[in-house]
Write a protein that binds this ligand. Sequence first.
Ligand code: NDP
Length: 450
Amino acid sequence: MITTKQSAIDKFMDMVDLKNPAQPEFHQAVYEVALAIVPFIEKNPVYKKANILERMIEAERILIFRVPWMDDAGNYRVNRGYRVQMNSAIGPYKGGLRFHPNVNLSVLKFLAFEQVFKNSLTTLPMGGGKGGSDFDPKGKSDNEVMRFCQSFMTELYQHIGKDTDIPAGDVGVGSREIGFLFGQYKRLKNEFTGVLTGKGYAYGGSLIRPEATGYGLLFFVEEMLKTKNQTLKGKKVLISGSGNVAQYAIEKTLAFGGIPVTASDSNGFIYDPKGIDAAKLEFLMELKNVKRGRIKEYADKFGCEYFEGEKPWGIPCDVALPCAIQNELDEEDAKLLVENGCMLVAEGANMPTTPDAITWLHKNGVLYAPGKASNAGGVATSGLEMSQNSIRLYWTRAEVEERLRIIMCDIHDQCIKYGKDEKGNVDYVKGANIAGFVRVADAMIAEGHV
Ligand code: NDP
């Protein structure tokens, strides 16, 4: 039997399909939101009357541009650049840049849409946006990456600004790329402003920004565990990815007494049953951030197992933290996690868990946190970097980390407020979506027909 609630969601999604053909990732992100928000809107006609959700799925502006550059051999190369300026109701657009071969409009619209809710949850004045390119920094020389970044910024600089749109890093855009992008912006505009976050500390960055997404994820996990009167101490933790988010998720897992046993890249994963300790993490960071090598080299160095072309979700664990890429944990993986006793899944990456997998985790009583809540620490600390740039003062590591911890606890509280049912169970997806929605929707209504 189709319920009224379901038919309203289906009707809404039919409209999304019609207006945004062939954009599967964007549909997936909107569907997850619609499941929580359409029934909420039915009960709160003020939002229905203002047609808020239909307005929110339409980007305020999308820029698509050519990025020409020259490789070291003197060949002319070209990539496509994007910036999706999704929603500025509560502040200037804010969200990262992704350089990865699978970047397309669907991927960036999904990321920008998620970003609107995530930024709202932080309670900081930041709208949502996302951008990037199908450029692959892997295998490119530093000079090639610099020339690409300079060309990318030569177009983008006209559309961003400290009070308009403040990009940051994401997959494939780390401190090296942010440095090149910032340098070119400064040159073109002849001004030194906080137009990008994730900057190096020497030129306007915030302490703890590199650590923030991974640290924030673990602060959130500790809050989730507290609801079950548990902590991370002694728990076996699976982590995917080996980039920025994964590295600091491993570091904070160790700090909380957990045992991180896996890390991965797009070629495969390593399983280190003794745990990735601080010394091994240092090796991994050097391998990934400086030598730009493959995760297999960790297994070669420490004599543990390496699984080519596989994902880590079949390893028995207490906690799983997907920190690599969208849709990396599907229903089969969720079944393995449940079978092997996993009690908590929290997303470091954006939308790494497929809808079927989320349903399976919920059905089996696994605590599950969506990235828009659990990985919001990165953008929250970007917000703190913006504040420091504005007041031209820098806070200590301890100050920034404490602010980050408070923000993550507050996001957890908001999820509980909107996501707890009569039996005391928390649906973090529902909680995060409604809490994120309300603030943006109220601002949109107050601002009129925008
Ligand atoms: P990085 O580029 O630093 O690392 C990405 C990691 O994911 C790498 O280990 C990469 O491996 C791996 N990866 C990429 N594609 C695949 C794939 N198809 N299958 C398996 N692994 C893959 O990015 P971040 O750590 O910054 O970002 C990771 C995730 O976290 C993304 O979803 C991002 O949107 C999200 N996020 C990041 C934030 C931040 O502050 N950086 C903030 C909030 C969310 P390889 O080297 O082989 O490509």
